[in-house]
Design a protein around this ligand. Structure first.
Ligand SMILES: [Zn+2]
Length: 615
Protein backbone atom coordinates (compact mmCIF):
# COMPACT_ATOMS: atom_id res chain seq x y z
CA UNK A 1 0.00 0.00 0.00
CA UNK A 2 1.12 3.47 -0.57
CA UNK A 3 -1.09 6.37 0.29
CA UNK A 4 1.10 9.34 0.73
CA UNK A 5 4.04 10.91 -0.94
CA UNK A 6 4.20 12.08 -4.53
CA UNK A 7 1.55 14.67 -3.69
CA UNK A 8 2.54 13.98 -0.65
CA UNK A 9 0.88 0.22 9.32
CA UNK A 10 2.80 -7.84 19.60
CA UNK A 11 3.09 -10.16 20.24
CA UNK A 12 2.30 -11.51 16.90
CA UNK A 13 -1.04 -13.15 17.22
CA UNK A 14 -0.18 -16.22 15.30
CA UNK A 15 -3.22 -16.04 13.14
CA UNK A 16 -2.17 -19.04 11.13
CA UNK A 17 -5.61 -20.41 10.58
CA UNK A 18 -8.24 -18.14 9.13
CA UNK A 19 -10.06 -16.97 12.20
CA UNK A 20 -13.37 -18.25 11.03
CA UNK A 21 -13.55 -21.14 13.38
CA UNK A 22 -15.52 -23.54 11.28
CA UNK A 23 -13.04 -23.31 8.46
CA UNK A 24 -10.75 -26.15 9.34
CA UNK A 25 -13.47 -28.71 9.84
CA UNK A 26 -15.70 -28.13 6.88
CA UNK A 27 -13.42 -27.03 4.11
CA UNK A 28 -11.77 -29.64 2.02
CA UNK A 29 -13.92 -32.72 2.47
CA UNK A 30 -16.98 -31.28 0.76
CA UNK A 31 -16.49 -29.91 -2.76
CA UNK A 32 -18.68 -26.83 -2.97
CA UNK A 33 -19.36 -24.89 -6.10
CA UNK A 34 -19.45 -21.14 -5.41
CA UNK A 35 -20.33 -18.97 -8.41
CA UNK A 36 -20.75 -15.21 -8.37
CA UNK A 37 -22.42 -13.08 -11.01
CA UNK A 38 -21.59 -9.37 -10.77
CA UNK A 39 -23.83 -7.12 -12.84
CA UNK A 40 -24.35 -3.39 -13.25
CA UNK A 41 -27.67 -2.77 -15.06
CA UNK A 42 -27.84 0.89 -13.96
CA UNK A 43 -24.28 2.20 -13.59
CA UNK A 44 -25.45 5.74 -12.77
CA UNK A 45 -27.05 4.45 -9.54
CA UNK A 46 -23.64 3.25 -8.28
CA UNK A 47 -25.23 -0.10 -7.38
CA UNK A 48 -23.27 -3.25 -8.17
CA UNK A 49 -25.51 -6.32 -8.14
CA UNK A 50 -24.22 -9.65 -6.83
CA UNK A 51 -25.75 -13.10 -7.17
CA UNK A 52 -23.93 -15.92 -5.39
CA UNK A 53 -24.88 -19.52 -6.06
CA UNK A 54 -23.82 -22.18 -3.56
CA UNK A 55 -24.10 -25.69 -4.95
CA UNK A 56 -23.15 -28.99 -3.27
CA UNK A 57 -22.93 -32.41 -4.95
CA UNK A 58 -25.98 -34.68 -4.73
CA UNK A 59 -24.22 -37.08 -2.32
CA UNK A 60 -23.33 -34.32 0.17
CA UNK A 61 -25.42 -33.62 3.28
CA UNK A 62 -25.74 -29.82 3.42
CA UNK A 63 -26.32 -27.97 6.70
CA UNK A 64 -29.78 -26.58 7.58
CA UNK A 65 -28.39 -23.04 7.92
CA UNK A 66 -25.49 -21.29 6.25
CA UNK A 67 -23.58 -18.05 6.89
CA UNK A 68 -22.44 -15.48 4.36
CA UNK A 69 -19.78 -13.05 5.60
CA UNK A 70 -18.69 -9.70 4.19
CA UNK A 71 -15.02 -8.89 4.89
CA UNK A 72 -14.31 -5.88 7.10
CA UNK A 73 -10.94 -5.09 5.47
CA UNK A 74 -8.86 -5.80 2.42
CA UNK A 75 -5.23 -6.98 2.69
CA UNK A 76 -2.61 -4.27 2.21
CA UNK A 77 -4.81 -1.54 3.67
CA UNK A 78 -4.67 -2.01 7.43
CA UNK A 79 -7.92 -0.47 8.59
CA UNK A 80 -11.28 -2.04 9.47
CA UNK A 81 -13.50 -0.49 6.84
CA UNK A 82 -16.80 -2.32 7.50
CA UNK A 83 -17.58 -3.07 3.86
CA UNK A 84 -20.96 -4.50 4.94
CA UNK A 85 -22.19 -0.93 5.46
CA UNK A 86 -22.65 -0.60 1.70
CA UNK A 87 -24.81 -3.74 1.35
CA UNK A 88 -28.56 -3.42 0.65
CA UNK A 89 -31.46 -5.41 -0.81
CA UNK A 90 -30.27 -8.80 0.50
CA UNK A 91 -32.41 -11.83 -0.37
CA UNK A 92 -31.99 -15.61 -0.60
CA UNK A 93 -33.77 -18.28 -2.67
CA UNK A 94 -33.58 -22.04 -3.25
CA UNK A 95 -32.98 -23.37 -6.77
CA UNK A 96 -36.74 -23.51 -7.32
CA UNK A 97 -36.92 -19.75 -6.78
CA UNK A 98 -38.62 -19.98 -3.39
CA UNK A 99 -37.57 -17.37 -0.85
CA UNK A 100 -35.45 -18.56 2.05
CA UNK A 101 -35.60 -17.04 5.53
CA UNK A 102 -32.52 -15.09 6.59
CA UNK A 103 -31.36 -12.70 9.30
CA UNK A 104 -28.27 -10.68 10.12
CA UNK A 105 -26.53 -12.02 13.23
CA UNK A 106 -23.81 -9.37 13.50
CA UNK A 107 -22.48 -6.41 11.52
CA UNK A 108 -21.03 -8.50 8.67
CA UNK A 109 -22.78 -11.91 8.79
CA UNK A 110 -26.03 -13.07 7.18
CA UNK A 111 -27.58 -16.39 8.35
CA UNK A 112 -29.70 -18.12 5.72
CA UNK A 113 -32.13 -20.90 6.63
CA UNK A 114 -31.37 -23.19 3.69
CA UNK A 115 -33.20 -26.24 5.11
CA UNK A 116 -30.49 -28.53 3.76
CA UNK A 117 -30.78 -27.28 0.16
CA UNK A 118 -28.03 -28.51 -2.19
CA UNK A 119 -28.34 -25.48 -4.39
CA UNK A 120 -29.30 -22.00 -3.23
CA UNK A 121 -28.71 -18.38 -4.18
CA UNK A 122 -28.26 -15.12 -2.34
CA UNK A 123 -28.38 -11.76 -4.01
CA UNK A 124 -27.66 -8.28 -2.79
CA UNK A 125 -26.58 -4.89 -4.02
CA UNK A 126 -23.52 -2.90 -2.97
CA UNK A 127 -23.37 0.88 -3.17
CA UNK A 128 -20.12 1.71 -4.97
CA UNK A 129 -19.33 5.39 -5.18
CA UNK A 130 -15.82 5.85 -3.75
CA UNK A 131 -12.78 5.57 -5.98
CA UNK A 132 -9.73 4.61 -3.96
CA UNK A 133 -7.53 1.56 -4.41
CA UNK A 134 -9.34 -0.16 -1.48
CA UNK A 135 -12.98 0.69 -2.25
CA UNK A 136 -15.51 0.32 -5.10
CA UNK A 137 -16.78 2.72 -7.73
CA UNK A 138 -19.49 2.27 -10.35
CA UNK A 139 -20.73 5.12 -12.48
CA UNK A 140 -21.55 5.88 -16.10
CA UNK A 141 -17.81 5.95 -16.91
CA UNK A 142 -16.53 2.69 -15.41
CA UNK A 143 -16.64 0.09 -12.68
CA UNK A 144 -13.77 -0.71 -10.31
CA UNK A 145 -14.05 -3.00 -7.34
CA UNK A 146 -12.10 -4.96 -4.75
CA UNK A 147 -13.64 -8.40 -4.27
CA UNK A 148 -13.20 -8.19 -0.48
CA UNK A 149 -15.42 -5.12 -0.59
CA UNK A 150 -18.05 -6.77 -2.82
CA UNK A 151 -18.24 -10.58 -2.56
CA UNK A 152 -19.43 -12.29 0.64
CA UNK A 153 -17.74 -15.59 1.46
CA UNK A 154 -19.48 -18.75 2.65
CA UNK A 155 -18.39 -19.25 6.26
CA UNK A 156 -15.99 -22.16 6.49
CA UNK A 157 -15.14 -22.13 2.79
CA UNK A 158 -12.22 -19.72 2.43
CA UNK A 159 -10.11 -22.43 0.79
CA UNK A 160 -12.78 -23.25 -1.79
CA UNK A 161 -12.41 -22.26 -5.47
CA UNK A 162 -14.97 -19.90 -6.95
CA UNK A 163 -15.91 -18.27 -10.24
CA UNK A 164 -16.89 -14.68 -11.03
CA UNK A 165 -18.95 -13.84 -14.11
CA UNK A 166 -19.16 -10.16 -15.02
CA UNK A 167 -22.21 -8.84 -16.88
CA UNK A 168 -21.33 -5.37 -18.14
CA UNK A 169 -22.38 -2.93 -20.88
CA UNK A 170 -21.23 -4.19 -24.32
CA UNK A 171 -18.75 -1.39 -24.84
CA UNK A 172 -16.90 -2.16 -21.60
CA UNK A 173 -14.01 -4.60 -21.26
CA UNK A 174 -12.97 -6.53 -18.15
CA UNK A 175 -9.46 -6.48 -16.62
CA UNK A 176 -8.42 -8.55 -13.58
CA UNK A 177 -5.47 -10.66 -12.50
CA UNK A 178 -7.70 -13.75 -12.24
CA UNK A 179 -7.42 -16.33 -15.05
CA UNK A 180 -10.36 -16.53 -17.43
CA UNK A 181 -12.51 -19.67 -17.44
CA UNK A 182 -12.00 -21.16 -20.94
CA UNK A 183 -15.06 -20.93 -23.17
CA UNK A 184 -16.96 -18.61 -20.83
CA UNK A 185 -17.26 -14.93 -21.65
CA UNK A 186 -16.04 -12.61 -18.90
CA UNK A 187 -15.95 -15.45 -16.38
CA UNK A 188 -12.91 -15.85 -14.13
CA UNK A 189 -11.69 -18.45 -11.65
CA UNK A 190 -10.04 -18.08 -8.24
CA UNK A 191 -8.42 -21.09 -6.58
CA UNK A 192 -9.34 -19.85 -3.09
CA UNK A 193 -10.67 -16.74 -1.37
CA UNK A 194 -7.25 -15.26 -0.58
CA UNK A 195 -6.67 -15.24 -4.34
CA UNK A 196 -10.20 -14.00 -5.10
CA UNK A 197 -9.85 -11.14 -2.63
CA UNK A 198 -6.44 -10.30 -4.07
CA UNK A 199 -7.73 -9.63 -7.58
CA UNK A 200 -9.47 -6.31 -8.20
CA UNK A 201 -11.58 -5.70 -11.33
CA UNK A 202 -11.61 -2.77 -13.71
CA UNK A 203 -14.55 -2.80 -16.15
CA UNK A 204 -14.62 0.05 -18.67
CA UNK A 205 -13.53 1.16 -22.12
CA UNK A 206 -9.94 1.35 -20.81
CA UNK A 207 -6.80 1.85 -22.86
CA UNK A 208 -4.20 -0.93 -22.73
CA UNK A 209 -0.41 -0.66 -22.97
CA UNK A 210 1.27 -4.07 -23.27
CA UNK A 211 4.84 -5.33 -22.97
CA UNK A 212 6.62 -8.56 -22.15
CA UNK A 213 9.55 -9.38 -19.87
CA UNK A 214 11.18 -12.78 -20.49
CA UNK A 215 8.15 -13.58 -22.63
CA UNK A 216 5.72 -12.99 -19.75
CA UNK A 217 2.84 -10.63 -20.65
CA UNK A 218 2.29 -7.41 -18.70
CA UNK A 219 -0.37 -4.81 -19.35
CA UNK A 220 -1.11 -1.34 -18.08
CA UNK A 221 -4.88 -0.77 -18.11
CA UNK A 222 -5.64 2.96 -18.01
CA UNK A 223 -9.00 4.52 -17.11
CA UNK A 224 -9.01 8.29 -17.47
CA UNK A 225 -7.17 10.90 -19.50
CA UNK A 226 -3.89 12.52 -18.57
CA UNK A 227 -0.72 14.22 -19.80
CA UNK A 228 1.26 10.98 -20.06
CA UNK A 229 3.40 9.77 -22.93
CA UNK A 230 2.14 6.22 -23.55
CA UNK A 231 5.34 4.99 -25.15
CA UNK A 232 7.45 6.42 -22.36
CA UNK A 233 5.42 4.92 -19.54
CA UNK A 234 5.34 1.54 -21.30
CA UNK A 235 9.14 1.67 -21.67
CA UNK A 236 9.83 2.94 -18.13
CA UNK A 237 7.43 0.53 -16.41
CA UNK A 238 9.04 -2.31 -18.39
CA UNK A 239 12.46 -1.17 -17.12
CA UNK A 240 11.20 -1.17 -13.51
CA UNK A 241 9.70 -4.65 -13.92
CA UNK A 242 12.89 -6.02 -15.49
CA UNK A 243 15.13 -4.41 -12.84
CA UNK A 244 13.05 -5.78 -9.93
CA UNK A 245 12.95 -9.29 -11.45
CA UNK A 246 16.74 -9.15 -11.80
CA UNK A 247 17.09 -7.89 -8.23
CA UNK A 248 14.94 -10.79 -6.97
CA UNK A 249 16.97 -13.43 -8.79
CA UNK A 250 15.45 -13.57 -12.27
CA UNK A 251 12.47 -15.85 -11.63
CA UNK A 252 9.00 -14.50 -12.51
CA UNK A 253 6.44 -15.84 -10.02
CA UNK A 254 3.29 -15.18 -12.07
CA UNK A 255 1.86 -15.97 -15.51
CA UNK A 256 0.76 -12.43 -16.31
CA UNK A 257 0.62 -9.08 -14.55
CA UNK A 258 -1.93 -6.23 -14.72
CA UNK A 259 -1.39 -2.64 -13.64
CA UNK A 260 -4.82 -0.98 -13.22
CA UNK A 261 -4.25 2.77 -13.43
CA UNK A 262 -6.92 5.33 -12.61
CA UNK A 263 -6.24 8.91 -13.68
CA UNK A 264 -8.33 11.57 -11.98
CA UNK A 265 -7.87 15.25 -11.21
CA UNK A 266 -6.58 14.68 -7.71
CA UNK A 267 -5.81 11.89 -5.28
CA UNK A 268 -3.93 8.69 -5.82
CA UNK A 269 -2.13 5.82 -4.14
CA UNK A 270 -1.55 2.15 -4.79
CA UNK A 271 -2.56 -1.27 -3.49
CA UNK A 272 -0.52 -4.39 -4.13
CA UNK A 273 -1.99 -7.71 -5.26
CA UNK A 274 -0.68 -11.17 -6.27
CA UNK A 275 -0.34 -10.53 -9.99
CA UNK A 276 -1.84 -7.08 -10.30
CA UNK A 277 -1.91 -3.72 -8.64
CA UNK A 278 -4.39 -0.85 -8.50
CA UNK A 279 -2.85 2.58 -8.90
CA UNK A 280 -4.28 6.07 -8.75
CA UNK A 281 -2.35 9.07 -9.99
CA UNK A 282 -3.24 12.75 -10.59
CA UNK A 283 -3.92 12.95 -14.33
CA UNK A 284 -1.76 15.98 -15.07
CA UNK A 285 1.19 15.00 -12.86
CA UNK A 286 3.10 13.12 -15.55
CA UNK A 287 4.89 16.41 -16.16
CA UNK A 288 7.18 17.98 -15.12
CA UNK A 289 9.91 15.39 -14.53
CA UNK A 290 9.87 15.76 -10.75
CA UNK A 291 6.20 14.76 -10.68
CA UNK A 292 6.72 12.01 -13.26
CA UNK A 293 9.29 10.43 -10.92
CA UNK A 294 6.45 10.21 -8.39
CA UNK A 295 4.59 7.98 -10.83
CA UNK A 296 7.64 5.77 -11.41
CA UNK A 297 8.18 5.55 -7.66
CA UNK A 298 4.55 4.46 -7.15
CA UNK A 299 4.86 1.75 -9.82
CA UNK A 300 8.19 0.62 -8.40
CA UNK A 301 6.79 0.39 -4.85
CA UNK A 302 3.62 -1.54 -5.72
CA UNK A 303 5.39 -3.92 -8.10
CA UNK A 304 8.07 -4.79 -5.51
CA UNK A 305 5.26 -5.86 -3.17
CA UNK A 306 4.61 -8.87 -5.39
CA UNK A 307 7.62 -10.32 -3.58
CA UNK A 308 7.76 -8.32 -0.35
CA UNK A 309 4.41 -8.95 1.43
CA UNK A 310 2.49 -10.88 -1.24
CA UNK A 311 4.95 -13.81 -1.28
CA UNK A 312 7.51 -12.98 1.40
CA UNK A 313 4.70 -12.89 4.00
CA UNK A 314 5.01 -11.49 7.52
CA UNK A 315 3.70 -13.82 10.24
CA UNK A 316 0.05 -12.72 10.39
CA UNK A 317 -0.42 -11.66 6.78
CA UNK A 318 -1.93 -14.66 5.01
CA UNK A 319 -3.98 -16.75 5.12
CA UNK A 320 -6.12 -13.88 6.28
CA UNK A 321 -8.92 -13.41 8.77
CA UNK A 322 -11.35 -11.07 7.01
CA UNK A 323 -13.48 -10.38 10.09
CA UNK A 324 -10.96 -8.42 12.18
CA UNK A 325 -7.50 -6.86 12.46
CA UNK A 326 -4.54 -9.10 11.53
CA UNK A 327 -1.60 -7.91 13.68
CA UNK A 328 2.06 -7.93 12.69
CA UNK A 329 5.21 -6.14 13.92
CA UNK A 330 6.67 -6.34 10.44
CA UNK A 331 5.05 -3.58 8.37
CA UNK A 332 8.34 -1.66 8.67
CA UNK A 333 9.78 -4.48 6.51
CA UNK A 334 6.71 -5.05 4.30
CA UNK A 335 6.18 -1.36 3.58
CA UNK A 336 9.38 0.42 4.61
CA UNK A 337 11.84 -1.88 2.86
CA UNK A 338 9.53 -1.94 -0.16
CA UNK A 339 9.79 1.85 -0.20
CA UNK A 340 13.60 1.63 0.08
CA UNK A 341 13.79 -0.70 -2.91
CA UNK A 342 11.25 1.36 -4.87
CA UNK A 343 13.76 4.22 -5.02
CA UNK A 344 16.90 2.06 -5.29
CA UNK A 345 15.43 0.20 -8.27
CA UNK A 346 14.76 3.46 -10.10
CA UNK A 347 18.49 4.17 -9.77
CA UNK A 348 19.54 0.66 -10.85
CA UNK A 349 17.16 0.84 -13.83
CA UNK A 350 18.81 4.09 -14.91
CA UNK A 351 15.63 6.12 -14.40
CA UNK A 352 17.18 8.43 -11.78
CA UNK A 353 20.77 9.52 -11.08
CA UNK A 354 22.96 8.66 -8.07
CA UNK A 355 22.35 12.19 -6.80
CA UNK A 356 18.59 11.91 -7.15
CA UNK A 357 18.67 8.63 -5.19
CA UNK A 358 20.89 10.07 -2.43
CA UNK A 359 18.79 13.25 -2.26
CA UNK A 360 15.63 11.15 -1.83
CA UNK A 361 17.27 9.19 1.02
CA UNK A 362 18.45 12.43 2.65
CA UNK A 363 14.92 13.86 2.46
CA UNK A 364 13.56 10.71 4.09
CA UNK A 365 16.13 11.04 6.90
CA UNK A 366 15.23 14.69 7.42
CA UNK A 367 11.54 13.78 7.59
CA UNK A 368 12.30 11.22 10.30
CA UNK A 369 14.53 13.60 12.25
CA UNK A 370 11.76 16.22 12.13
CA UNK A 371 9.23 13.75 13.61
CA UNK A 372 9.24 13.98 17.43
CA UNK A 373 7.27 10.70 17.51
CA UNK A 374 10.44 8.82 16.46
CA UNK A 375 11.52 9.00 20.12
CA UNK A 376 8.13 7.77 21.34
CA UNK A 377 7.31 4.78 19.10
CA UNK A 378 9.44 1.94 17.68
CA UNK A 379 9.24 0.62 14.11
CA UNK A 380 7.66 -2.58 15.45
CA UNK A 381 5.10 -0.67 17.53
CA UNK A 382 4.21 1.49 14.51
CA UNK A 383 3.60 -1.70 12.51
CA UNK A 384 1.48 -3.39 15.18
CA UNK A 385 -0.73 -0.35 15.79
CA UNK A 386 -1.20 0.60 12.11
CA UNK A 387 -4.91 -0.26 12.44
CA UNK A 388 -5.54 2.37 15.08
CA UNK A 389 -2.70 4.84 14.56
CA UNK A 390 -1.15 5.14 11.09
CA UNK A 391 -4.54 4.80 9.43
CA UNK A 392 -6.22 7.10 11.94
CA UNK A 393 -3.95 10.08 12.21
CA UNK A 394 -4.74 13.21 14.19
CA UNK A 395 -2.97 16.39 15.27
CA UNK A 396 -0.90 14.49 17.86
CA UNK A 397 0.37 11.81 15.43
CA UNK A 398 3.58 13.62 14.52
CA UNK A 399 4.45 13.76 18.22
CA UNK A 400 3.43 10.23 19.21
CA UNK A 401 4.03 8.09 16.12
CA UNK A 402 6.73 7.11 13.70
CA UNK A 403 5.79 6.37 10.09
CA UNK A 404 6.80 2.77 9.30
CA UNK A 405 7.16 3.64 5.63
CA UNK A 406 9.59 6.43 6.45
CA UNK A 407 11.57 4.79 9.28
CA UNK A 408 11.35 1.36 7.61
CA UNK A 409 12.87 2.67 4.38
CA UNK A 410 15.76 4.25 6.30
CA UNK A 411 16.26 1.05 8.33
CA UNK A 412 16.41 -0.74 4.95
CA UNK A 413 19.11 1.65 3.75
CA UNK A 414 21.13 1.25 6.96
CA UNK A 415 20.72 -2.56 7.06
CA UNK A 416 21.76 -2.86 3.44
CA UNK A 417 24.97 -0.89 4.04
CA UNK A 418 25.61 -2.64 7.38
CA UNK A 419 25.41 -6.07 5.70
CA UNK A 420 27.63 -4.89 2.83
CA UNK A 421 30.19 -3.53 5.31
CA UNK A 422 30.22 -6.59 7.58
CA UNK A 423 30.46 -9.03 4.66
CA UNK A 424 33.14 -6.93 2.93
CA UNK A 425 30.82 -6.32 0.01
CA UNK A 426 30.03 -10.02 -0.52
CA UNK A 427 26.36 -9.84 0.62
CA UNK A 428 23.57 -7.29 0.81
CA UNK A 429 19.93 -6.79 1.71
CA UNK A 430 19.17 -8.21 -1.76
CA UNK A 431 20.48 -11.56 -0.46
CA UNK A 432 18.17 -11.27 2.56
CA UNK A 433 15.19 -10.86 0.23
CA UNK A 434 16.31 -13.85 -1.89
CA UNK A 435 16.76 -15.94 1.27
CA UNK A 436 13.28 -15.06 2.58
CA UNK A 437 11.76 -15.82 -0.83
CA UNK A 438 13.44 -19.22 -1.08
CA UNK A 439 13.29 -20.29 2.57
CA UNK A 440 9.84 -18.99 3.45
CA UNK A 441 7.63 -18.37 0.40
CA UNK A 442 8.85 -21.43 -1.49
CA UNK A 443 8.36 -23.57 1.62
CA UNK A 444 4.93 -22.03 2.21
CA UNK A 445 5.93 -20.40 5.48
CA UNK A 446 5.50 -16.90 6.85
CA UNK A 447 8.43 -15.20 8.56
CA UNK A 448 8.60 -13.71 12.05
CA UNK A 449 10.57 -10.72 13.34
CA UNK A 450 13.15 -13.22 14.65
CA UNK A 451 13.39 -14.89 11.22
CA UNK A 452 14.03 -11.52 9.59
CA UNK A 453 16.83 -10.63 12.01
CA UNK A 454 18.41 -14.10 11.55
CA UNK A 455 18.32 -13.71 7.75
CA UNK A 456 20.11 -10.35 8.02
CA UNK A 457 22.69 -11.84 10.41
CA UNK A 458 23.26 -14.80 8.10
CA UNK A 459 24.15 -12.43 5.28
CA UNK A 460 26.19 -10.09 7.49
CA UNK A 461 28.08 -13.04 8.95
CA UNK A 462 27.76 -11.37 12.34
CA UNK A 463 25.28 -10.60 15.10
CA UNK A 464 23.07 -7.59 14.44
CA UNK A 465 21.43 -7.82 17.84
CA UNK A 466 22.58 -4.35 18.85
CA UNK A 467 21.18 -2.84 15.63
CA UNK A 468 17.79 -4.54 16.04
CA UNK A 469 17.58 -3.88 19.78
CA UNK A 470 18.40 -0.17 19.45
CA UNK A 471 16.82 0.80 16.14
CA UNK A 472 14.01 -1.70 15.39
CA UNK A 473 12.72 -2.76 18.81
CA UNK A 474 14.08 0.41 20.41
CA UNK A 475 13.78 4.15 20.02
CA UNK A 476 17.45 5.16 19.81
CA UNK A 477 18.46 7.86 17.35
CA UNK A 478 19.72 6.23 14.17
CA UNK A 479 23.49 6.35 13.60
CA UNK A 480 23.68 7.54 10.02
CA UNK A 481 27.32 8.45 9.54
CA UNK A 482 28.79 5.21 10.89
CA UNK A 483 26.69 3.18 8.44
CA UNK A 484 26.83 5.52 5.43
CA UNK A 485 30.64 5.38 5.73
CA UNK A 486 30.49 1.80 4.39
CA UNK A 487 29.85 3.35 0.96
CA UNK A 488 32.15 6.36 1.50
CA UNK A 489 29.26 8.68 2.38
CA UNK A 490 28.15 10.87 5.24
CA UNK A 491 25.09 12.98 6.16
CA UNK A 492 25.41 16.77 5.87
CA UNK A 493 22.83 18.83 7.73
CA UNK A 494 24.41 22.19 8.54
CA UNK A 495 26.42 23.24 5.49
CA UNK A 496 25.51 24.58 2.06
CA UNK A 497 26.52 22.84 -1.15
CA UNK A 498 29.56 25.18 -1.31
CA UNK A 499 30.71 24.01 2.11
CA UNK A 500 29.81 27.20 3.98
CA UNK A 501 28.26 26.88 7.40
CA UNK A 502 24.54 27.75 7.49
CA UNK A 503 23.59 30.77 9.60
CA UNK A 504 21.40 29.89 12.57
CA UNK A 505 17.73 30.78 11.88
CA UNK A 506 14.79 31.59 14.09
CA UNK A 507 12.69 28.48 14.76
CA UNK A 508 9.00 28.36 15.74
CA UNK A 509 8.15 24.66 15.32
CA UNK A 510 4.69 24.87 13.78
CA UNK A 511 3.31 24.23 10.28
CA UNK A 512 0.69 26.65 9.05
CA UNK A 513 -1.70 26.67 6.08
CA UNK A 514 -3.84 29.34 4.46
CA UNK A 515 -7.45 28.13 4.39
CA UNK A 516 -9.49 30.72 2.50
CA UNK A 517 -8.96 33.97 4.39
CA UNK A 518 -7.83 32.15 7.55
CA UNK A 519 -4.24 31.35 8.53
CA UNK A 520 -4.47 28.09 10.45
CA UNK A 521 -1.96 26.13 12.56
CA UNK A 522 -1.81 22.64 11.06
CA UNK A 523 0.85 20.98 13.20
CA UNK A 524 2.86 21.81 16.33
CA UNK A 525 6.03 19.81 16.98
CA UNK A 526 6.63 18.50 20.50
CA UNK A 527 9.58 20.18 22.19
CA UNK A 528 9.53 23.22 19.88
CA UNK A 529 9.07 26.82 21.06
CA UNK A 530 5.50 26.81 19.66
CA UNK A 531 4.64 23.60 21.54
CA UNK A 532 6.27 24.55 24.83
CA UNK A 533 4.83 28.08 24.82
CA UNK A 534 1.20 27.25 24.13
CA UNK A 535 0.34 27.25 20.40
CA UNK A 536 -2.19 24.56 19.43
CA UNK A 537 -3.04 22.76 16.21
CA UNK A 538 -6.29 24.33 15.04
CA UNK A 539 -5.49 27.84 16.26
CA UNK A 540 -6.30 30.58 13.75
CA UNK A 541 -3.52 33.16 13.57
CA UNK A 542 -5.11 36.58 13.24
CA UNK A 543 -2.10 38.86 13.73
CA UNK A 544 1.67 38.71 14.22
CA UNK A 545 3.05 41.54 16.35
CA UNK A 546 -0.39 43.23 16.08
CA UNK A 547 -0.37 43.16 12.27
CA UNK A 548 -2.99 41.27 10.27
CA UNK A 549 -1.34 38.17 8.95
CA UNK A 550 -1.77 35.74 6.08
CA UNK A 551 0.65 32.89 5.34
CA UNK A 552 2.96 34.83 3.05
CA UNK A 553 3.22 37.71 5.52
CA UNK A 554 3.69 35.39 8.50
CA UNK A 555 6.40 33.26 6.87
CA UNK A 556 8.28 36.34 5.59
CA UNK A 557 8.27 38.09 9.00
CA UNK A 558 9.37 34.94 10.88
CA UNK A 559 12.21 34.48 8.37
CA UNK A 560 13.47 37.99 9.28
CA UNK A 561 13.61 37.16 12.99
CA UNK A 562 16.64 35.93 14.92
CA UNK A 563 16.95 33.11 17.43
CA UNK A 564 15.76 34.36 20.80
CA UNK A 565 13.45 37.10 19.41
CA UNK A 566 10.07 37.52 21.08
CA UNK A 567 6.90 37.52 18.92
CA UNK A 568 3.29 38.15 19.80
CA UNK A 569 0.67 36.00 18.08
CA UNK A 570 -2.99 37.00 18.21
CA UNK A 571 -5.08 33.88 17.76
CA UNK A 572 -8.61 32.60 17.72
CA UNK A 573 -8.79 29.32 19.65
CA UNK A 574 -12.25 28.03 18.89
CA UNK A 575 -14.22 31.32 19.19
CA UNK A 576 -12.04 33.04 21.78
CA UNK A 577 -9.45 35.68 20.97
CA UNK A 578 -6.13 35.69 22.85
CA UNK A 579 -2.51 36.69 22.46
CA UNK A 580 0.52 34.42 22.95
CA UNK A 581 4.05 35.68 23.55
CA UNK A 582 6.55 33.22 22.11
CA UNK A 583 10.35 33.34 22.29
CA UNK A 584 11.71 31.90 19.06
CA UNK A 585 14.23 29.09 19.13
CA UNK A 586 17.32 28.34 17.00
CA UNK A 587 17.88 26.06 14.03
CA UNK A 588 21.14 25.72 12.12
CA UNK A 589 19.92 22.98 9.80
CA UNK A 590 19.35 23.25 6.06
CA UNK A 591 18.14 20.64 3.59
CA UNK A 592 19.88 17.36 4.46
CA UNK A 593 22.29 15.94 1.88
CA UNK A 594 24.22 12.68 1.63
CA UNK A 595 27.73 13.58 0.45
CA UNK A 596 31.00 11.71 -0.19
CA UNK A 597 33.55 11.47 2.61
CA UNK A 598 37.00 12.88 1.91
CA UNK A 599 39.44 10.26 0.62
CA UNK A 600 37.11 7.28 0.21
CA UNK A 601 38.97 3.96 0.13
CA UNK A 602 38.81 1.52 -2.78
CA UNK A 603 36.66 -0.76 -0.60
CA UNK A 604 34.17 2.07 0.06
CA UNK A 605 34.04 2.91 -3.65
CA UNK A 606 33.39 -0.73 -4.56
CA UNK A 607 30.51 -0.99 -2.09
CA UNK A 608 29.05 2.27 -3.43
CA UNK A 609 29.09 1.07 -7.03
CA UNK A 610 27.79 -2.44 -6.40
CA UNK A 611 25.02 -0.89 -4.26
CA UNK A 612 23.74 1.68 -6.75
CA UNK A 613 24.49 -0.21 -9.94
CA UNK A 614 26.54 0.87 -12.97
CA UNK A 615 27.17 4.61 -13.25
ZN1 LIG B 1 3.08 -0.51 0.04
Amino acid sequence: MRQKPFIAFLIALLVIACGVSTDAQTTQQIPINIAYIVSMPKPHTHLLEVDVEVKRPADAKPPMEELLVMPVWTPGSYLVREYARHVQDFSAKDDGGHSLKWEKINKDTWRIVTNGAHDWHASYRVYANELTVRTNELNSGHAFWNNAALLMYLDGSLKTPSTVQVLAPDVWKVATGLPILPGKKNTFRAENFDVLYDSPFEVSAFKTLSFTVQGVPHRIVIDGEGNYDPERIRRDVQKIVAAEITLMGGEIPYHDYTFILHLRSTGGGGLEHLNSTALGFPRFNFQPERNYRGFLSLVSHEFFHLWNVKRIRPDALGPFDYTKENYTKLLWVAEGITDYYATLVLRRAGLISDKEFLDAEARAIQTLQNTPGRLVMTGEEASFDAWIKYYRQDENSVNSQVDYYNKGSILGLLLDLEIRKRSNGAKSLDDVMHYLYNEFFKKDRNYTPEDFQKACELMAGASLEEFFARFVRGRDELDYDTTLAAAGLRLETTRDADGSKLEPKAFLGADTAQEGDRLMVRRVYAGSPAYEQGLNTGDQIVALNNMRSNKDFFDARIAEKHPGDLISMTIFRFDDLSTLLIKLGRSAEGPYRIVPVANATEGQRQIYRSWLGPA
